[in-house]
Design a protein around this ligand. Structure first.
Ligand code: AMP
Length: 317
C-alpha cells in the first residue's frame, strides 16, 4: 500500500495496523476523545507537570490530508514522548451571518479514526456552551482582535472572521497549553495573524506553518471541496491556474503593475461559467503589505466563488 494512503480520507478500505507508519506514533491503541473543557485543562496540566511537550493542531474537522500533514508536523516537533492534540471545533464566531456555519461538513467518527491512524493522542471536541458561555443569551463579551494584518483580503471580505479566529485560537491555546501549534499555509493571512497574536500576547507557543496540500489537479485541499459537485469541481482548478498565470507573467516581464495583473486574472477566472472573483491581492509574504508593482518573491492570494462555494488559495510568485 502507498505510504500516504492512510492520509487520504477516501481510502476507506485501508487496514488499521501499519508496520512502519506513522513514524512517531506513540499510541497505536487509541486516541482519547475529550469534549469537556475541564478535562482538557486537567490533562494539559498533568502533561506539563510530567515534563511532556504538547503539540497542537486546531481544525474545524472533516479532515483531509492537509490537516493530517499538520498532525505529523506536530508529532515531529514534540517527538514520540510528546503529546499531540487535534481540536475539532466548528467555531461559530468566525462565520458571518450569511455563511455556511450550519451546513459546514461534520463527521466526527471518521475524523477520530484518521487522527488515530496519524498518531494523535487526543481529539478535543469542545461544545459551544462551554467555549462561549452565555453567548446564546448575549452574555459572552470578550474577544481577541488583531488590528493590522486582519484588515485586507479575508478581513475585508469577511469583516468579523479574524476576530472569531484569534479569539478561538487564544482560548484553545489557554486550554491545551501547547509548546508548538501547527497551521497551514493554505490560510496564509490567518497564519500571519496567528503569529502576530502569539507574539503580541506573549503566548509561549512556537508556530509552525506547513505547506498547502493539493489534489492531483492542484486544487488546494479543503473541507469545502465536497460542496463542488458536477462541473464545479473542474472549474475550481481556476484558482491554481490563476496563480500559475501570475507566475508566468512575472517571470516573463520582471515587474507587472498589480492593476494590470488583477485585470488579466479576473478575465481568466470569470471565463469559467460559475466562477466569480472576490479578490486577488499581491503583497509582501511576511508583512502582507500590498505591492503596487508585482515582482518575483511577491505573494499572491485570491478568493473565488465557484457557484455558491467560496474557495481561497495563495502562492509565492
Ligand atoms: P480548517 O479546518 O479549515 O480550519 O483548517 C485547520 C488547519 O488546517 C488550518 O491551519 C488550515 O490552514 C490547515 N489547512 C487547511 N487546508 C489545508 C491544506 N490544503 N494544506 C495544508 N493545511 C491546510
Amino acid at each position: 500500500m502507498r505510504r500516504d494512503a492512510a492520509l487520504n480520507p477516501r481510502d476507506t478500505g485501508a487496514p488499521d495496523i501499519y508496520i512502519d507508519w506513522p513514524p512517531f506514533n506513540a499510541n497505536f491503541s487509541g486516541v482519547r476523545v475529550i469534549s469537556s473543557i475541564a478535562a482538557m485543562q486537567q490533562l494539559a496540566k498533568q502533561w506539563r507537570r510530567a515534563g511532556k511537550r504538547i503539540g497542537f493542531v486546531p481544525t474545524m474537522g472533516y479532515l483531509h490530508a492537509g490537516h493530517l500533514s499538520l498532525v505529523q508536523r506536530a508529532r515531529q516537533a514534540v517527538g514520540r514522548n510528546g503529546m499531540v492534540v487535534v481540536s475539532i471545533y466548528v467555531n461559530p464566531t468566525q462565520f458571518g451571518p450569511q455563511e455556511d456555519f450550519s451546513k459546514y461538513p461534520r463527521d466526527l467518527r471518521r475524523d477520530v479514526k484518521l487522527c488515530r491512524r496519524t498518531g494523535a493522542d487526543v481529539v478535543f471536541t469542545p461544545g459551544d456552551k462551554e467555549m462561549y458561555p452565555g453567548r446564546a443569551e448575549g452574555r459572552y463579551s470578550t474577544c481577541v482582535v488583531e488590528e493590522d494584518l486582519s484588515r485586507n483580503m479575508e478581513g475585508a471580505s469577511r469583516p468579523t472572521h479574524f476576530r472569531g479566529v484569534t479569539t478561538v485560537v487564544a482560548k484553545l491555546f489557554n486550554l491545551v497549553q501547547p509548546d508548538v501549534a501547527a497551521f497551514g499555509a493554505k490560510d496564509w493571512q490567518q497564519a500571519a495573524i496567528i503569529r502576530r497574536m502569539t507574539a503580541d500576547l506573549n503566548f509561549p507557543v512556537k508556530i509552525i506553518v506547513g505547506p498547502t496540500r493539493r489534489e492531483r489537479d492542484r486544487l488546494a485541499m479543503s473541507s469545502r471541496n465536497q460542496y463542488l459537485t458536477g462541473g464545479l469541481r473542474r472549474q475550481a482548478t481556476v484558482l491554481w491556474r490563476a496563480i500559475q498565470a501570475a507566475r508566468a507573467a512575472v517571470k516573463k516581464s520582471g515587474a507587472v503593475p498589480a492593476s494590470t495583473l488583477k485585470a488579466g486574472l479576473k478575465k481568466l477566472i470569470q471565463a469559467e461559467p460559475d466562477a466569480r472573483l472576490d479578490y486577488v491581492e499581491f503583497f509582501d509574504p511576511d508583512t502582507l503589505v500590498p505591492a503596487a508593482s508585482v515582482t518575483r518573491g511577491a505573494h499572491m492570494a485570491l478568493a473565488v466563488f465557484i457557484g455558491k462555494t467560496r474557495l481561497i488559495d495563495n502562492g509565492r510568485l
